[in-house]
Design a binder for this molecule. Structure first.
Ligand code: NAG
Length: 309
């Protein structure tokens, strides 16, 4: 491609979900409902944790933070995707595209770190219950939250610093539902082999290693519980299985998309919908519907609100 003669690209065209208008209308309604439920559900969790004093413990603070991140993560891609379903000209400006990738990896990286911190929290709670309050102090918790944002920021910056400087001159069609790093990089009119490797290492390998780390730590917790107090195994199993479901749903697609060689899955729209639209809703469902304490607090909050009116 002749880079000097090519006109600079100022916007990208997102192909989006193809199909006749009935299918598009169906996806529009479905995704709108899911997104609405995601925002409402996660806000409900945040408000419940913040206003209920019995939920002022590390696990629920972490849960509140996870809800906040889920909501942000979904908001980066889903509203744009939904409105695109209705418009004929599905474009996104160059800077809109860059911002989308920046925030996706910021919130995604922070969420990955938070999930690891949540596993550590469960390890301390289940395996060292007597020292739980001392180890998981408010100070440590605050530091953990700051750490998760810092890692998310470094993770996204390390990739985006090189991406924003790429020249785009010819092809600007992205066969996807939002701007995703591996696809955008491929459109640049320079050799991007090194950058592609960096993304595989930075996003793919990172999610793969975190996922393995999480599975190992959950296994360690279960083995320790089985040895020390078999009576509590079923409770630990129920808590951890919820975590494992969330972790698998979030990391699974990420690993397929970023770490698979030859980019077989990079433009897989179903996988993309899974982790940007579905997972952020599943977290509140999995954590609240299975958690008696949370349900009790929400009921109480509801009664209080109703009696206020
Ligand atoms: C996030 O965690 C911190 C504890 O470090 C807590 O103070 C804060 O309320 C949490 N945020 C949410 C939205 O629950």
């Amino acid at each position: 491609m002749d880079y000097k003669n090519g006109s600079a690209v100022t916007e990208f065209i997102l192909v989006g979900i193809s199909g006749d208008w009935q299918l598009q209308a169906f996806f529009f309604v479905t995704f709108s409902l899911i997104y609405g439920a995601t925002v409402l559900g996660n806000i409900l969790i945040i408000v419940t944790v913040a206003t209920t004093s019995t939920l002022h413990s590390p696990m629920y603070f972490l849960l509140g933070n996870l809800s906040f991140l889920d909501m942000c993560f979904s908001t980066v891609t889903t509203p744009k995707m939904i409105t695109d379903l209705l418009s004929a000209h599905k474009s996104i400006s160059l800077w809109g595209c860059m911002a989308q990738m920046f925030f996706m990896h910021l919130f995604g990286g922070a969420e990955m770190t938070l999930l690891i911190i949540m596993a550590f929290d469960r390890y301390v709670a289940i395996c060292k219950p007597l020292h739980y309050k001392i180890i998981m102090s408010h100070e440590l918790l605050n530091r953990c939250i700051i750490l998760s944002w810092t890692i998310g920021f470094i993770h996204t910056l390390s990739q985006m610093v090189l991406t924003v400087n790429l020249p785009f001159c010819g092809n600007n069609i992205i066969n996807h539902i939002f701007c995703d790093l591996p696809l955008v990089i491929k459109l640049a009119c320079v050799e991007t082999y090194t950058l592609e490797l960096l993304v595989i290492a930075d996003s793919g390998l990172l999610s793969f290693i975190s996922f393995i780390l999480l599975l190992v730590s959950y296994t360690v917790i279960l083995v320790i519980v089985r040895h020390k107090s078999p009576g509590r195994l079923s409770k630990a199993l129920s808590t951890l299985s919820a975590h494992i479901i969330v972790v698998t749903l979030f990391f699974g697609p990420c690993i397929f998309i970023y770490a698979c060689p030859f980019g077989i899955f990079t433009s897989n729209k179903t996988l993309a919908v899974c982790y940007t639209v579905i997972t952020p809703l599943l977290n509140p469902i999995i954590y609240t519907l299975r958690n008696q304490e949370m349900k009790k607090a929400m009921r109480k909050l509801w009664v209080q609100q109703v009696s206020f009116m």
